[in-house]
Design a protein around this ligand. Structure first.
Ligand SMILES: [Zn+2]
Length: 77
């Protein structure tokens, strides 16, 4: 089981294998290689990026609710 939190999925243009890279790995140019064939022809997966954005939004929304009602309780509906 891989821990993928905070990582983005990249898909290899050559063998289509998906590989997760952390922000730190993304910043290190030349370190991002396909885990399958070793190719550097990687494209960031829209699916992975979307999941990360949704996660951030959900956390922001939860924090906003705590600010609004002064407690951690979630009002249904
Ligand atoms: Zn590959």
């Amino acid at each position: 089981m891989y821990r993928t939190a905070g990582k983005r999925l990249y898909r290899c243009n050559e063998c289509k294998r998906g590989t997760y890279f952390s922000k730190r790995e993304e910043n290190r140019a030349g370190r991002m290689r396909c885990s399958g064939c070793g190719s550097a022809q990687l494209t960031v997966s829209a699916e992975g990026a979307e999941k990360q954005i949704m996660g951030l939004d959900a956390r922001r929304e939860a924090e906003a609710q705590v600010e609004r009602n002064g407690s951690g309780s979630v009002i249904p509906g």
